[in-house]
Write a protein that binds this ligand. Structure first.
Ligand SMILES: NC(=O)c1ccc[n+]([C@@H]2O[C@H](COP(=O)([O-])OP(=O)(O)OC[C@H]3O[C@@H](n4cnc5c(N)ncnc54)[C@H](O)[C@@H]3O)[C@@H](O)[C@H]2O)c1
Ligand SMILES: [Zn+2]
Length: 345
């Protein structure tokens, strides 16, 4: 599946002015965190007219009922009615939670997402999934709801720490590996500061939009977006529980290497494709230095909510640029893949 380089990014001040004047809301409330207040808010502050601010602490720790209570409480305090507009200015944490709160406040008021991290722009911004975490379960309480508008401007990436940019790039690489061999070839040998974010963000958004429009509730095709995520999520959770948290994309990069190894074991890709994938991902992400207990990782994979009947089902690439889903994978295959990643010299 190849996609033309048509841009989906906007010049934020112009786009925002237009959308607000079209909607003509009874009030405007901006939800942000201390980082986006410092780095992103100055860009939009003067084009949105009178507005309220609701500020949260940055990071995943706020994405829960307490964070949601701060947002619902703020909207209530400002007497926002059903014609009030919410603008969510932030990464995936605020996008998921701010969107969820707007979509449930008074049975739903319009919200505009302005994703300000690369991960939020290429992934969280599209597909309508909104949620908060609950009692250690990620995204446990949530809904599907599209925003009034999503406005993506890559200028916000200039203040994002490099580690966050790299983490978001893992999803861009994933999108190429599962759907676009030509773009994958173009990326080979390129390092982060050689990349054209307008082109790559547009590519990812167009691709994800197409997949999620075809299969909004993840009953089939949408599962290809989980490539790298069965093992990646287990690595992410395990690192977190060891007190050694790593970023989502860092875990997914390792997950994509392991799952490519499984694809090779199953004859879905060949040796040279596996080598190409491993080499490029290591060149960007390095090699995770973690002591992980594979039995515990496999336990986590069995519990993954995407599985059925205790079987581990994976989305695996079937040649670079293609992906198949619901592929049953044995614990032996996973064990070998973990050895390939963690015990390689
Ligand atoms: N809804 C979906 O489909 C979907 C998809 C993928 C991920 N997610 C969710 O996204 C979340 C992760 O998102 P994230 O990686 O964007 O994390 P995040 O929202 O925590 O942002 C990362 C950090 O960057 C800071 N930041 C944001 N924009 C900045 C900017 N322009 N300049 C400087 N700093 C900035 C934030 O304050 C935060 O400290 C997770 O909760 C995950 O579940 C949702
Ligand atoms: Zn992901």
């Amino acid at each position: 599946m190849e996609l033309k380089d048509q841009s989906v990014t906007v010049q934020i001040t112009k786009a925002l002015k237009e959308r607000i004047s079209k909607l003509s809301p009874s009030s405007t409330t901006v939800i942000l965190d201390s980082n986006t207040k410092r780095y992103c808010y100055p860009t939009i502050q003067h084009v949105i007219g009178d507005h309220n601010l609701i500020e949260l602490s940055p990071g995943e720790a706020v994405k829960n009922l307490e964070g949601a209570t701060i947002i619902w409480g703020g909207l209530t305090k400002y007497q926002v009615d059903r014609k009030g507009l919410v603008i969510v200015l932030g990464g995936g944490v605020l996008g998921d939670m701010g969107g969820f709160c707007a979509a449930t406040y008074k049975r739903g008021i319009p919200f505009i997402l302005i994703p300000t991290t690369l991960l939020a722009q290429v992934d969280a911004s599209t597909g309508g999934k909104l949620a908060i975490d609950f009692e250690h379960f990620k995204n446990h309480i949530g809904i599907f709801q599209e925003p009034y508008e999503t406005l993506i401007d890559t200028q916000f990436l200039s203040t994002l720490p490099e580690r966050e940019v790299r983490s978001g790039y893992a999803e861009v690489i994933k999108h190429c590996l599962i759907s676009d061999k030509n773009l994958w070839i173009e990326l080979q040998g390129k390092v982060l500061n050689q990349l054209n974010w307008d082109q790559l963000v547009s590519h990812s958004v167009r691709f994800k939009k197409r997949i999620t429009t075809e299969d909004p509730r993840e009953s089939g095709l949408r599962k290809i977006l989980n490539f790298g995520h069965t093992i990646g999520h287990a690595i992410e959770s395990s690192a977190l529980s060891q007190g050694n948290p790593i970023l989502h994309g860092e875990a997914i990069a390792a997950g994509m290497i392991c799952e490519s190894f499984i694809a090779k074991q199953k004859g879905l890709i060949n040796e040279s494709e596996l080598k190409e994938i491993t080499t490029y991902l290591h060149s960007i992400f390095g090699h995770l230095q973690l002591q992980l207990d594979t039995t515990n990782l496999i336990e986590l994979m069995i519990q993954d909510k995407k599985n059925q009947n205790q079987k581990i089902l994976m989305s695996l690439i079937n040649g670079i640029g293609h992906c198949v889903w619901d592929v049953e994978t044995s614990t032996e295959e996973i064990q070998k893949a973990m050895d390939y990643y963690f015990n390689r010299v």
